[in-house]
Design a protein around this ligand. Sequence first.
Ligand code: AP5
Ligand code: MG
Length: 236
Amino acid sequence: MAERRHVLIIGPQGSGKGTQAARVAPALGLVHVAMGDLFRSLMQHDTPLAREVRSYYDRGALVPDELTLRVLLAHLDELAERDGAYQGTLLDGFPRTRAQAEALDRVLAERHEQIAAVVELAVPRTVLIERLSGRLICPQCGAVYHRVFAPPQVPGRCDRCGGELIQRSDDTPEAIARRLDLYEEQTAPLLEYYRQRGLLLTVNGDQPIEQVTHELIAALRPRLEDSHGNHAEITS
Ligand code: AP5
Ligand code: MG
């Protein structure tokens, strides 16, 4: 079996990580794993773990690294159990801190798996706020919409599963501001961490959704082909 390769998608809140990962992952033969979706599905049940996650999530704070890693690894193990032949993940929302990036390196090394590329979605802050304030999500299947930029066919209903669309509990002005600040402080420095290893690609996320998808696939496909097929050196 070919060695698993993972792609990380990094960008500020509202840059379109979830929107794009859902479109790009199937085109590249990867499984979309979204850290935020894992937490949202966990919070649908009232357990002590869910209450702990909610105490961070709702105010736009980061969930502690150790807990985040635990939730991620449990999900990766579940994926491997369900389909031992899956080729890799498109990781959306992990890592977000230096400690998480280092933990990911350790875990992948233990599993003999690799990072094929890291892609940054760049979008200016004013655009992000406009996107987040109009976002709607489907709590049943996780699909993402926007009141103006990506409206559902029937207002308030998910195109994919018919679920009732809601606003996310962390899409309040206070939580949005905190999340964007945290991105600058904790996550943006990771770009340099990956740039130095020749893994970083940047795509302009301030374009129509289709165009961003097209550019992401064009940028990532050669990286995955190199690492799956020829084992070529990855250079930036
Ligand atoms: P998470 O769910 O990952 O949220 P986030 O990082 O805040 O990012 P978003 O999901 O808000 O933005 P996105 O880039 O996915 O944008 P989207 O595609 O939806 O994490 C939530 C919380 O979980 C964190 O705050 C934290 O508490 C916790 N957490 C998660 N990971 C963690 C970790 N590793 N460590 C610790 N805690 C963690 O698009 C946004 C909107 O814009 C949508 O309405 C969409 O329709 C629209 N849109 C998208 N693209 C375009 C476009 N090109 N043009 C116009 N509109 C567009
Ligand atoms: Mg998202």
